[in-house]
Design a protein around this ligand. Structure first.
Ligand code: ATP
Length: 514
């Protein structure tokens, strides 16, 4: 585990060192859980967004895009339930003055019992070797059973308290479990309070009565309030979908793990409107489709899993998360929810306007059901970085840091390197860049030795480099180097576009989805 944390730290500093992600307002010591994307980060992020957008809007005749505003009428958030219920329970430690999410403290405690049981299992496996039967051991070993009993009892008590929104009981659980603040080491806890995660601001001057507005905590509501506009003007027939990419804001109490949990982040959401009664079928369809999208990147099927929700939000009748194995464990990257007709009905109720869909085939009006797929761009970015980062020891003991980014997502697809800065080689290299830059992101680099330039391109994930040498001037061929295998081969300049275009374009990924 410690080793994994180490890797994660390296990924964070690598991201900064090479211009992928910077802490916001760094010269003022940063702003908690807000980050800026640098010159390479913005390219990678845009490519991720393009991959998602095209998989939705280009590949599906019945899915269209939308770009709704961050600000919305405040009643939207009343109707959606965010004003009353978008809360996290928080607790402060009086000695360290640190704030925690009470639910996270308890969930960590549940995990601790599981870890203790796992330790016993690991110890026994070492002792018994080949003949070890884990299932039998878990069923019979008194120490494992003891830890698991405590775990189950705690989980049951916690779930009950959360369902009843019993904040005093949640505090009591923290006290009874003797959970201490990791900073002060004490159990001097305040009461538990609910904390709304929406950022508020004022719109208009106070003279004409300023209105409290919110920074949207999700992009979905912009889709719901526009669904009938889009349906009518686009002459859409159920089932149809609306896709949107945009910023969302949440005043997260505990923001940790780099860009995993941010206060300003970006979401890619698609709401798919279906006939009531068909929603579970569509839920299963999108579940499979979204997993395919992730796995097309080639990060290994074993690094993904579904986490189906047992306890459903009041508006959902099915829900699952797609989790990815980050260096700090399996974590949610995307949520897929069958949200029934909850949101549309709420907006009908609060606006007083009918937003029913008229089905021309059956001549009836109804409120469609909705399947939502919702993925964080930043979390996806982190997934890509975590899987791609490698410190490799090469034959002969040399090391290199390489980002094995899928070529269609890489910020730069091809670096063109003149062997030396003279003899007409820079001019020849620039000529190649000027021809290829219309087709994919091609960059020129002449600084440092060729070896150093290769290393630098490896570190930023550039899948291909070509070197222009003296022979090039005679035979119009260059040396093409592959980032992952480091293999080099001579190819005619005239073939470069044809050779690389298919491999570095999103088309190669998109074709895996249909
Ligand atoms: P979590 O349980 O991690 O807080 P959530 O279940 O509240 O997430 P959703 O409301 O389902 O998340 O949002 C959909 C997606 O948006 C998540 O799967 C995640 O990728 C992304 N997301 C949510 N909150 C954040 C955040 N604070 N920072 C970055 N991405 C986020």
């Amino acid at each position: 585990m410690a080793q994994q944390e180490d890797v994660f730290k390296k990924i964070v500093s690598h991201s900064k060192e090479y211009g992928f992600v910077f802490p916001s307002s760094e010269i003022y010591d940063g702003l908690g859980a807000v980050y800026d994307y640098g010159q390479l980060g913005v390219e990678l992020k845009n490519n991720i967004k393009q991959y998602w957008w095209q998989s939705m809007v280009l590949l599906n005749d019945n899915i269209v895009g939308l770009d709704s505003a961050v600000f919305m009428h405040p009643t939207v958030w009343k109707a959606s339930g965010h004003v009353d219920a978008f809360n996290d329970p928080l607790i402060d430690n009086r000695d360290s003055k640190k704030r925690y999410r009470a639910d996270v403290l308890i969930e960590d405690q549940i995990q601790k019992y599981e870890d203790k049981a796992q330790k016993e299992v690991d110890k026994a496996r070492k002792r018994f070797g080949e003949s070890f039967d884990e299932t039998l051991f878990r069923q019979t070993n008194p120490r494992v059973l003891g830890h698991m009993e405590k775990r189950d009892a705690l989980e049951m008590r916690y779930k009950k308290a959360m369902e009843a929104n019993d904040l005093a009981e949640i505090r009591q659980i923290i006290v009874d479990e003797e959970i201490v603040c990791p900073i002060s080491g004490t159990r001097n806890w305040t009461d538990v309070r609910q904390f709304n995660l929406m950022f508020k601001t004022e719109m208009g001057s106070t003279a004409d009565g300023a209105m409290t507005v919110y920074l949207r905590p999700e992009t979905a509501q912009g889709i719901f309030v526009n669904y009938l506009n889009v349906q009518k003007t686009g002459r859409m027939k159920v089932p149809f979908g609306i896709a949107q990419i945009g910023k969302a804001f949440r005043n997260e109490i505990v923001a940790r793990q780099f860009i995993f949990r941010m206060r300003e982040f970006e979401q890619m959401e698609m709401q798919y409107f279906v006939k009531p009664g068909t929603e579970i079928e569509w839920f299963n369809y999108w579940k499979a489709q979204r997993m395919k999208w992730h796995q097309a990147l080639g990060f290994g099927t074993e690094n993904y899993r579904f986490h189906d929700h047992e306890k459903l939000a009041h508006y959902a009748n099915a829900a699952t998360d797609i989790e990815f194995r980050m260096p700090f464990g399996f974590k949610e990257v995307e949520g897929i929810h069958s949200r029934t007709d909850f949101d549309l009905r709420q907006h009908e109720k609060y606006s007083g306007k009918s937003i029913k869909y008229f089905d021309p085939e059956t001549n009836e009006s109804y409120t469609p059901y909705d399947i939502e797929t919702s993925i964080g761009v930043d979390r996806m970015f982190l997934t890509v970085m975590c899987h791609s980062f490698e410190e490799q020891t090469l034959e002969g003991g040399d090391t290199r840091t390489v980002l094995h980014l899928p070529a269609p997502l890489a910020p730069i697809k091809l670096a063109v390197l003149p062997l030396v800065k003279k003899d007409g080689l820079p001019e020849k290299a620039r000529e190649i860049v000027n021809n290829l830059k219309f087709h994919f992101n091609t960059k020129y680099d002449e600084k440092d030795s060729i070896g150093k330039r290769y290393r630098r391109q490896d570190a930023i994930g550039t899948p291909y480099c070509v070197t222009v040498d003296h022979d090039t001037l005679q035979d119009n061929q260059v040396t093409l180097r592959d980032r992952d295998t480091m293999e080099q081969r001579r190819v005619p300049i005239s073939e470069l576009q044809h050779l690389l275009e298919e491999r570095v374009s999103l088309t190669s990924l998109l074709k895996k989805l249909v």
